[in-house]
Design a protein around this ligand. Structure first.
Ligand SMILES: Nc1ncnc2c1ncn2[C@@H]1O[C@H](COP(=O)(O)OP(=O)(O)OP(=O)(O)O)[C@@H](O)[C@H]1O
Ligand SMILES: [Zn+2]
Length: 688
């Protein structure tokens, strides 16, 4: 199907899960390639909707909330805010960054569920599922942990082993445990709505393998990535199974049909529908009709994701869209493989990451450096690795030495020789003609590569154009000819300026900030794709602005500091503090530890770490100075029962007599918590 057949594009990027901040793996895997693709379409004047938002449902959110002692809403509000801002600062140009907790989404997802239910696409099955009797809760997906039957990882989840990537169901786990209470779960009957994917196997297979839908060619399967097709085929070959589309949880989109009370939609049914609800919100705010972007045959739908989301976007979501009726299916799902960091898998829970928001704080104005490096190493067809040394080398040797150097020379010399007024070309040498001819071939090459999701190759071509310019100036040496052959230099500088302007245009999807800087320096009105390849993109007599450096060298010290930061992470992840030397029972018994209640608390003046506490120890009411002011506010700890070492020799701290010590547990990350009894006890109760 030729691309001109499509009147508009709907481009989605995986909804990031709102339980943590974004790291460079997310960016390289999904958001940067999507952004390059969309910017290229917009630059070519295409009608595009670029859709994303936070995925805010599912067990991983509720578990995190329970762990932190806050509500799920607190978690999603926090990370939705952080991630939305990081995307904006980094320059991922979504048309909308919505949320699946929105009203529109709830209605849209429920409408899907009801329609599929009414059409008879679900089967209701009763089965035995794990249940935590202590927490009174069924344990779906991440609520259950155990040993992976495939690789032996002892912290595999009920839906997936993150170590070997196998998708699991809770009953596959060896020695399952509740992740809420650690209890051994019992089996209990419950009913769920299942999507019998096996009923759809035949058409899904034809659609994926042959690109055919209802007998007609839908897309060219040769345009899909080999690893994407491979993963899909392996799922199909294993035989598609019925999959539960509901969960016994209280956080999510409520199941809208009779008998569904207390249940919510499965998060992987809910999340992709989020693309549609976000499109509705965007369309409503912009005077568009959302249906055009999802229900018209002349819409090209493309999903950008990482490889762990392939089955959901290539099999489950298409089944749901087709079963519902009226929706287009994706033309392509150009999933990337995974990015690793300095020899290990990126991990949010192990804090092994370069966080996007931290990069933006620590490398201000260097958004394009990260874009450049991540595209250079993009895991387009196999896993790849980010290293800080590699980051430095690509910046210094490629961006500074080639791209920045060429553009700077072209602008500086034009300003120096002609006060910034672009000279005319005289007679062209064979070499000039060759260079202009070569320059004209880049736009078509780059466009084709971007259209086929080969962003890494497209960037290499963009750099080849910069290399062409660099070599042209190095070969022609205008600085040597300026005294002896000024007419020749006019031609050379005209050509150098044309290459610079062309570079700005073809660079825009890849490095938009740099492209816009060049645009400003050259005083170009627009960076329309249609202009590229033109040898008279900048007219003779046009006056350009001053040259500013596009990139700067990154010094070793900066890189070493980043490597040191990762080393620290490794250290802090290491085993707990080693055990102290043996002590006798008698020595231990000398310590008098009691449960006391904090009656009053106030900050100690001019000491930012200290709180002055009044504690009822049961024995007396006494003053204790404690170094916890950076962790707790006075208001939040009043009334708390805590453990107090009461017979510690009194000591003056900042002039205040402190009689005892409050015992605290210190976590790896330095956070503190009180050692409190699990039920209210009488003050003065002993601890031993
Ligand atoms: N290291 C990585 N390399 C490439 N893509 C990634 C990487 N990590 C996540 N992604 C992709 O980013 C998108 C959003 O990720 P999501 O919010 O679901 O987090 P995740 O996969 O659970 O990551 P993490 O476990 O690191 O938090 C998904 O499409 C996912 O495949
Ligand atoms: Zn495993």
């Amino acid at each position: 199907m030729s691309d001109n057949k499509y009147k508009r594009h709907t481009v989605t990027a995986a909804l990031p899960y709102a339980n943590g901040p974004l790291h460079i793996g997310h960016i390289a895997g999904c958001y940067l390639p999507a952004d390059i693709y969309v910017r290229s379409l917009r630059q070519r004047g295409k009608d595009v909707a670029f859709i994303c938002g936070s995925d805010e449902h599912g067990a991983a959110i509720t578990i995190k909330a329970q762990k932190e002692g806050v509500t799920p809403k607190d978690i999603i509000d926090k990370y939705h805010g952080i991630n939305k801002e990081a995307f904006e600062r980094f320059g991922i140009a979504f048309d909308i960054y919505d949320r699946t907790s929105s009203q529109t989404h709830c209605e849209t997802a429920q409408e899907f569920f009801t329609t599929l239910n009414d059409k008879g696409y679900f089967t209701i099955q009763e089965s035995e599922q794990y249940y935590d009797e202590k927490a009174n809760q069924f344990l779906a997906d991440r609520y259950i942990v155990g040993t992976c039957p495939k690789c032996g990882n002892d912290s595999a989840y009920g839906d997936q082993c993150e170590k070997c990537g196998t998708s699991l169901s809770p009953t596959d786990l060896i020695e399952p445990k509740s992740s809420i209470t650690g209890e051994k779960p019992v089996l209990k009957k419950t009913k769920h709505w299942y999507l019998p994917m096996n009923d759809h196997e035949e058409w899904i297979k034809e659609w994926i393998v042959d690109g055919k839908l209802e007998g007609e060619q839908h897309h060219d399967p040769k345009e899909w990535k080999t690893h994407v097709l491979g993963q899909c085929k392996s799922w199909i070959d294993q035989g598609l199974q019925p999959r539960a589309m509901t969960r016994d949880l209280d956080w999510g989109v409520p199941v809208p049909v009779e008998g569904g009370e207390g249940k919510v939609l499965y998060v992987w049914l809910d999340a992709p529908i989020g693309y549609i609800s976000a499109t509705k919100d965007w369309a409503a705010a912009n005077g568009k009709d959302w249906k055009d972007y999802w229900q018209k045959e002349d819409t090209k739908l493309v999903h950008f994701i990482g490889k762990d989301n392939i089955v959901f976007h290539c099999i489950i979501f298409p089944i749901i869209l087709k079963a519902h009726g009226n929706y287009v299916l994706p033309n392509n799902v150009p999933a990337n493989e995974f990015l690793n960091l300095e020899g290990a898998k990126l991990s949010t829970s192990r804090n092994w990451a370069v966080w996007l928001h931290e990069y933006l704080d620590e490398f201000p104005g260097k958004e394009d450096v990260l874009r450049y490096v991540l595209t250079s190493i993009a895991p387009e067809n196999k896993d790849s690795e980010f290293t800080w040394k590699g980051f430095q080398e690509r910046n210094n040797n490629e961006l500074v030495a080639t791209l920045g150097n060429f553009v700077n020379r072209a602008l500086v010399l034009t300003n120096k020789y002609y006060d910034g007024t672009v000279p005319a070309r005289g007679e062209l040498s064979d070499y000039d003609k060759e260079v202009l001819e070569a320059m004209s071939t880049f736009p078509a090459k780059i466009e084709k590569l971007i259209e086929s999701y080969s962003f890494k190759e497209a960037q290499i071509e963009m750099m080849n154009l910069a290399r062409l310019g660099n070599k042209y100036l190095a070969d022609t040496e205008p600085w040597k000819l300026v005294k002896t052959d000024p007419a020749r230099v006019e031609t050379i500088m005209n050509i150098a300026i044309q290459i610079t302007a062309n570079l700005a245009v073809v660079m825009y999807p890849l490095l938009p900030n740099t492209a816009e800087k060049i645009q400003q320096m050259l005083k170009m009105d627009v960076l329309d794709w249609g202009l590229s390849g033109d040898a008279d993109l900048i007219k003779t007599g046009h006056t350009i602005g001053k040259a500013e450096l596009l990139f700067e060298k990154i010094e070793d010290a900066v890189i070493d500091a980043q490597i040191e930061k990762l080393e620290q992470t490794k250290l802090s992840q290491q085993a707990v503090e080693p055990q102290k030397d043996e002590t006798s029972f008698d020595d231990f018994m000398k310590m008098d530890i009691r449960i006391g209640t904090i009656l009053a608390a106030e900050k100690v003046k001019k000491a930012k770490k200290l709180l002055q506490l009044t504690v009822d120890t049961g024995i007396d009411k006494r003053t204790i100075v404690s170094g916890i002011a950076e962790h707790f506010s006075p208001e939040e700890i009043i009334g708390k029962q805590v453990s107090v070492l009461v017979n510690l020799a009194p000591r003056k701290i900042r002039g205040i007599e402190s009689e005892g010590m409050i015992l605290m547990a210190e976590d790896k990350d330095g956070s503190l918590s009180f050692i409190s009894p699990t039920k209210q006890v009488t003050e003065g109760s002993t601890v031993r």
